[in-house]
Write a protein that binds this ligand. Structure first.
Ligand code: BG6
Length: 480
């Protein structure tokens, strides 16, 4: 029986492109996230910013839209206020990302942008002064737009060196203040977040599926190179690979459902098998061959991958789904809703035991330290006239998920952090709405970016503070 670590890192997670804003300040270059428009009246479940072709890309890029991520929630200008409220919630960690185009505005600049680097100096120093440990992601759904225009995104091998230069620059600069580094956000979500993850335009690829996997291979190689660099630079640095948990359950005990489910899940382990075990597994090589996917993988890259596996596994967990052989294919987007589960208004199902299951499965498979990099659910909160948010639904969600996490720890999983997505309200990654709120702290901006920007503590704020203060032992205590 394992106990939760005494120094367990309770906290939250955000991403630069959803929070910082200041998209053209202090030398920052335009990024892929800056051209994601808010589409009023769009189906909230539809991710319109996925699988972009050139004409949609041009339309978004040059159209007269409102682009919420350009202003985010003004974290760049107001970071001290945000860190202050997080400190008031007693968080031990904040997972956040660095904006690539703040450091290398075009991605291929000869020198980094000093003003961008200086911003993160100030931010990390301020976090340190409040005893908040940074966990830093260096690629979270944004890349300099120039890398799409000039190189065609991650499908181009040149991206490896450009990303490594960026990675080395930030590791060098912040090595004394940042210990935990997540290199690529949700590296396995290439089928759901293809443009945000890879920056490839569908009609520019000869064989889209092949180019996606080639692009992922470039991300693997870049990750291994940065891990090699980090370990030489400073042995205390830890690099993490990150998965969005997408493990499914068979819809029924029909052997055909069970088999498809097994094969689907194995292709989701593919990403962590490469980065944690250090080699391309047989089943993946067979899958590529069967699907006419031919990857360029050199011998020296194989050695590099083998010798530079990641130190920890970061998982984001939101929902779970099922697969049915009569309806679904190997495409990870092809799923059947689990009829036993309720869902939020964006169709994201709620299943706390799925968190227990996935953390236990990953632990059994890899035996490396793990963290929950994201867990949460979006709701349309109502701010009452006396500035309260009665969000028992959020408390209930996290209560159940933390209980599931503790169960996985109890049975042996080595988990060192739990980060809720997101501790304060920020712009949604998928729909670019502000009204899809995840926070314990209400941030008064609306979908069009209007509002006072004031913070209001939701009921869940006090609840989470008790959880943190009791190191996860008090899950029922509400109120101040
Ligand atoms: C994760 C992403 O997949 O999901 C986050 O890493 C994102 O960036 C989160 O915000 C929730 O998704 P959404 O679309 O509701 O913001």
């Amino acid at each position: 029986m394992k106990k939760i670590r005494k120094d367990f890192l309770w906290g939250g997670a955000i991403a630069a492109n959803q929070a910082e804003g200041a998209y053209n300040k202090d030398g920052r270059g335009l990024s892929t996230a800056d051209i994601q428009p808010l589409i009023p009246g769009a189906d909230p479940v539809d991710l319109h910013f996925n699988d972009l072709d050139s004409s949609t890309y041009e339309k978004y890029r040059r159209g007269a839209y409102f682009y919420p991520k350009r202003q985010g929630v003004h974290f760049y200008d107001r970071y001290q206020e945000y860190i202050d409220v997080l400190a008031d919630m007693h968080v031990k960690t904040l997972r956040l990302s660095i904006s690539w185009s703040r450091i290398f505005p075009n991605g291929d600049d000869a020198e980094p942008n000093e003003a961008g680097l200086a911003f993160y100096d100030r931010l990390f120093e301020y976090m340190k002064s409040k005893n908040i440990e940074p966990i830093v992601t260096i690629f979270h759904y944004e890349m300099p737009l120039n890398l799409v225009d000039k190189y065609g995104g991650w499908a181009n091998r040149e991206l490896i060196d450009l990303f490594v230069t960026y990675g080395q620059t930030v590791l060098n600069r912040y090595q004394d203040i940042v210990k935990y580094w997540i290199l690529i956000n949700q590296i396995n979500l290439v089928h759901k977040e293809s443009f945000a993850s890879l920056g490839i335009l569908t009609d520019q690829a000869h064989h889209y599926e092949q180019e996606k996997f080639q692009a992922v291979h470039h991300q693997f190689v870049a990750s291994a190179k940065i891990t090699e660099f980090a370990h030489k630079l400073n042995p205390t640095l830890q690099t993490g690979m990150m998965l969005a948990d997408t493990l499914t359950a068979p819809y029924s005990c029909d052997p055909a459902d069970v088999k498809l489910n097994f094969q689907r899940n194995r292709m989701q382990y593919f990403y962590s098998d490469v980065l944690l075990r250090g080699e391309y597994p047989e089943y993946a090589l067979t899958y590529f061959e069967d699907h006419n996917i031919h990857l360029e993988i050199t011998e020296s890259e194989k050695v590099l991958l083998r010798n530079n596996t990641a130190d920890f596994l970061a998982i984001s967990y939101y929902w779970s789904n099922t697969v049915k052989a009569s309806e679904n294919t190997m495409d990870p987007n092809s799923i059947v809703k689990n009829p036993h589960l309720k869902a939020n208004q964006w169709g994201w199902s709620i299943n706390a035991s799925g968190l227990y299951l996935c953390m236990s499965k990953y632990w059994d498979r890899y035996r490396v330290p793990m963290m929950v990099a994201e867990n949460g659910i979006g709701f349309k909160d109502v701010l009452t006239s006396d500035h309260k948010v009665h969000d028992n639904y959020r408390i209930e969600y996290h209560q159940q998920h933390i209980a599931a996490l503790l169960e996985a720890i109890h049975e042996g999983a080595d988990i060192f952090a739990y980060c809720t997505w997101a501790p304060f309200d920020i712009i949604s990654a998928g729909t670019a709405e502000m009204s899809k709120r995840y926070g314990f702290i209400y941030v008064d901006y609306d979908d069009e970016g209007n509002g006072s920007g004031k913070f209001h503590y939701k009921e869940s704020f006090y609840w989470y503070r008790h959880v943190i203060d009791s190191n996860g032992q008090e899950l029922d205590r509400t109120g101040e």
